[in-house]
Design a protein around this ligand. Structure first.
Ligand SMILES: Nc1ncnc2c1ncn2[C@@H]1O[C@H](COP(=O)(O)OP(=O)(O)O)[C@@H](O)[C@H]1O
Ligand SMILES: [Mg+2]
Length: 302
């Protein structure tokens, strides 16, 4: 399982939109994907019609009560995407966590047992330099940074990269910067073109070639509890996020289409509740059997 953290300490840069639709795009391309909601506001879970506030198990409860993460995993209406519910208690985790020494790596530790069951893990990080932000850094193999076109975003990026460098040194972690993805771009606006130009000049190849254009369909989709591919498959949003997924996979050294699996990975269905909404995306990978973790590991390795 490769882990991609979608991060930016600034709110409203398109992190959740990117995490949700990147996960959906990768699932359509055959990658069995776990989306982890690290924001106490639970926007990623809400985007699939899931409500952590009323859920018996969440990531926060797994952390605070030392329970297995699998209890907090839910299927979604998008085949191939499963979600770890974060929970509103993530907001006050810093104050309540029992062992501050291991707190920055708790997410990576909890993810360990489910790793054989998924090809990819996408982390939707909170808009703050909080404990869960640090956890996203320490659990990630690669970082994807959504940025909106404004002159302040470049300043914000400097701060973000300084924080990442400090975390790298302090925590001895090696997350790779996969790229900066420009979101909500309107190339008809001279300001957007100017900011895009200057970000490409400063950050060079770190900026993904593919941008995400402004598209009202992307704004609507969460209200219908579905990804852009189910909501508006012919929209520019669907086109852009599929291309962002392909470029991101390539930057991780992964093919655009996941290798065919003899036995689809996935955790035992007895551990889960049924999906809350009907299946609506049929191109995604199908679960072939119940697949033990070992069988899944073999399938993934092959
Ligand atoms: N490409 C886009 N075009 C139009 N609206 C967008 C686009 N990307 C995100 N949005 C909207 O912008 C708002 C902020 O996006 P969101 O993904 O929630 O950001 P973050 O998670 O960084 O706070 C949301 O209302 C979202 O629907
Ligand atoms: Mg968000």
């Amino acid at each position: 399982m490769k882990t991609i953290a979608v991060i930016n300490q600034k709110g409203g840069t398109g992190k959740t939109t990117t995490a949700v639709n990147l996960a959906a795009a990768c699932a359509r391309r055959g990658y069995w994907t776990l989306l982890v909601d690290l924001d106490p506001q639970s926007s990623a879970a809400h985007s699939f019609g899931l409500d952590p506030a009323s859920a018996p198990a969440t990531l926060s409860k797994a952390i605070l009560e030392d329970r297995p993460l699998v209890e907090a995993i839910r299927t979604t209406n998008t085949a191939g995407v499963e979600v770890v519910l974060g929970g509103p208690e993530l907001a006050t985790l810093e104050l309540r966590i029992k062992n501050p020494l291991t707190a920055v790596r708790v997410l990576a530790r909890l993810l360990q047992p489910v790793r054989p069951a998924y090809d990819l893990c996408v982390l939707d990080a909170p808009p703050a330099l909080s404990l869960m932000f640090t956890n996203a850094l320490s659990a990630a193999d690669g970082l994807l940074v959504p940025v909106t076109p404004s002159f302040l975003s470049a300043k914000g990026l400097e701060m973000l990269f300084t924080t990442i460098e400090e975390a790298r040194a302090d925590l001895a972690i090696e997350p790779q910067l996969l790229g900066i993805v420009l979101t909500m771009i309107d190339r008809r606006l001279s300001l957007d073109k100017e900011v895009e130009g200057s970000l490409r000049q400063v950050f060079g190849a770190k900026v993904l070639d593919q941008v995400v254009r402004q598209n009202v369909r992307l704004k609507e989709a969460p209200g219908h509890f579905r990804s852009i591919f189910a909501h508006a498959p012919n929209s520019s949003g669907a086109e852009d996020y599929d291309a962002v997924a392909v470029e991101t996979l390539a930057r991780m050294g992964l093919p655009a289409q996941a290798p065919q699996k003899e036995e689809a990975p996935g955790l035992s269905s007895e551990l889960r509740e049924p999906p809350e909404l009907p299946q609506s995306e049929s191109q995604a990978p199908k679960r072939a059997g119940e697949g033990t973790a070992e069988a899944a590991a073999v399938a993934l390795a092959g």
